[in-house]
Design a protein around this ligand. Structure first.
Ligand code: FAD
Length: 560
């Protein structure tokens, strides 16, 4: 068995020091709770917001008027919709401007254009714009600095690998210390735990570069830890079967499409979408958000490729776009353009649809950010019934952190040190390190991607069915068995990757169980055996969870 370090106690444990995690930590500390962030990498540069972002969804009554529901409608119609419990989205919107004020005060420039907030991008012509444009290039450093200032403790290079429950409530977590070559375990006792581990990537072959699983548009180290670990202790998941795919420049795997100021075109110059014929910094071409599958469709029907054309964008807007790319963390792309002479005022750039991943699919939370396991909260990209990306992570992190921090004062610690569950999981992970030789974790990760792609494919043009999904579940179980008996890891880093791969297997299974239950075609969940969209399911969400080793599924009404 790998060594156990001395256990740590904290009122509130935050799992993942990304945008949601750091905002949750600050709110928890302000509520008077001792607060610890356990982060897999280093909070100064980790997660999908590592190098910056530039659009923050926000309701600003001064610009938008007094009726929040007008802005809620835009949110649900945007690329962030439509799988929301609207009552959560409404609370998010009402609190969003206060988070913007806080970020600005802490040192993230939310007003890069003057004295007031400006809204640009991801917008339809003639409709309210709900994305506040900001300069987020330093956001992770600022949030880390602020968290430390508020008394938050940060434990970098300590991925959480399992959650611990006692008497039906959350009691703490097991982390892997990967600070050296030889891994060890650190057990954390906590009264409340907030999960904030971001998107789940590396589930499907990387669309731009199959075989290079880390070339993903979102942070490749975010591998569905929250969904997998919460699933193992019985938390409810929601919307896991509804695939999401992002789009962006071909083969680059770079999110941030709304920072581009151009229009989408067929090779003959015809516009792809009906929204605008000239893009500006305020209203770009939203076709890419609305008809996300366009880039795949035009390849498969032969009418493509589809390009973004910035040649009609004025020089001032092009300079503005370049600055935006820096705020957004797309410096690698800017460098590439400069190095190779790729000049968007003269050259069109082909776009593509990236592989499916989980964002806004996962844990079900209530209005305060609490999951179905008492004392366990979730915020950010791995929440399944609300989504607003950077802003959603920040605001719901704040809500969950405040609630958990306050609630922690009225409860005590539970025993985690004598937990048979901890012993079982620690023995399993240790066995991968103790094995002298065997298969590399990456083989298992690539096999998992092949299974997902073959048997739980996402649209467009790819179908699921009961027979495919059932076969997929069988192969996934076989893969898990082989992985557990064959993977050998030489060091702490590889053990972390192997554990991520096991977590991804849980995510894959949850997706397949849920997809089997959704007997209809909706969005990119396309079934050959149920080719229609069932109107009776329009206002319903599907919960899946585990109870005594059994998979449970239940439809519920959406919360308005
Ligand atoms: C290039 C790019 C541009 C984007 N632009 C925008 C934009 O303009 N507007 C917008 O709204 N959104 C944007 N997004 C999305 C946005 O960055 C994310 O929605 C946001 O970062 C989500 O915050 P989060 O806290 O949920 O996850 P993240 O910020 O990704 O943080 C997750 C954290 O969890 C850590 N972690 C993972 N697993 C574990 C584990 N087991 N134990 C401990 N720690 C763990 C990770 O290392 C990471 O630090 C963009 C994304 C990218 C990649």
């Amino acid at each position: 068995m790998l060594k156990f370090n001395d256990p740590i106690s904290t009122d509130v444990l935050i799992v993942g020091g990304g945008i949601g995690g750091l905002c949750a930590a600050i709110a928890s500390a302000r509520a008077g709770a001792s607060t610890l962030v356990a982060e897999k990498a280093d909070t100064r540069r980790s997660g999908s917001g590592a190098t910056g972002n530039d659009h923050f969804t926000c309701y600003y009554p001064k610009a938008h008027g007094e009726n929040v529901d007008v802005i809620l409608k835009e949110l649900l119609n945007s690329l962030l919709g439509p799988w929301h419990d609207a009552k959560l989205s409404r609370r998010f919107l009402l609190e969003s401007i206060h988070m913007v004020d806080r970020w600005h005060e802490w040192g993230i420039n939310m007003k890069p254009f003057g004295d007031d907030y400006e809204f640009m991008g991801h917008a339809f012509p003639g409709r309210p714009r709900i994305f506040l444009k900001y300069d987020g290039h330093n956001q992770k450093q600022v949030l880390t600095r602020q968290a430390k200032k508020e008394g938050v403790k940060i434990l970098n290079h300590h991925p959480v690998i399992d959650l611990v429950k006692a008497d039906g409530e959350i009691a703490g977590a097991l982390t892997l210390d990967v600070t050296g070559d030889v891994p060890s375990f650190t057990l954390i006792r906590a009264k409340k735990v907030i999960l904030s581990t971001g998107t789940a990537n590396r589930l499907y072959p990387a669309a731009g570069s199959p075989g290079w699983p880390f070339n993903t548009a979102f942070c490749p180290s975010c591998a569905g830890a929250a969904q997998a670990q919460a699933w193992r202790i019985g938390a409810k998941m929601v919307n896991m079967e509804l695939p999401n795919r992002h789009a962006g420049p071909k083969f680059f795997a770079r999110a941030g499409k709304s920072t581009w100021i151009g229009v989408y075109k067929y090779p003959d110059g015809k516009l792809l979408g009906p929204f605008v014929d000239k893009a500006t910094r305020y209203v770009g071409d939203i076709t890419c958000d609305v008809w996300n599958s366009a880039y795949t469709d035009v390849l498969l029907n032969g009418s493509g490729p589809a390009y973004i054309d910035c040649t009609k964008t004025g020089p001032e807007d092009l300079a503005f776009m370049k600055e935006g790319m820096i705020s957004e963390g797309l410096t690698a792309l800017v460098d590439y353009m400069e190095r190779t002479g790729l000049d968007v005022s003269r050259h069109a750039v082909e776009f593509m649809q990236y592989e499916p991943h989980l964002i806004g699919r996962g844990l079900e939370i209530d209005i305060d950010g609490q999951t179905s396991v008492p004392g366990l909260y979730a915020a950010g990209d791995m929440v399944g019934n609300f989504r607003a990306d950077i802003a959603g992570a920040a605001v719901y992190g704040w809500i969950a952190g405040g609630h958990a921090g306050t609630a922690a004062s009225s409860c005590g610690f539970k025993d985690v040190e004598h937990s048979p569950w901890v012993e079982e999981r620690a023995a399993l992970y240790s066995s991968l390190f103790e094995r002298d030789h065997g298969a590399a974790w990456k083989e298992a990760n690539l096999a998992l991607q092949q299974i997902m792609d073959s048997y739980a494919a996402a649209g467009p043009h790819r179908l699921r069915s009961a027979t495919l999904l059932t076969a997929g579940l069988k192969y996934m179980a076989d893969l898990r068995k082989n992985a557990l008996s064959e993977i050998a890891v030489p060091d702490a880093h590889s053990l972390m990757r192997a554990i991520e791969t096991l977590d991804l297997m849980d995510n894959g299974e949850i997706i397949m169980h849920a997809a089997l239950e959704r007997k209809e075609t909706r969005g990119m969940h396309m079934r050959s055996d149920y080719t229609f969209t069932n109107p009776l399911l329009a206002d319903k969400f599907l919960n899946v969870w585990q109870e005594d080793g059994r998979v449970c599924k239940q439809w519920r009404q959406r919360w308005n």
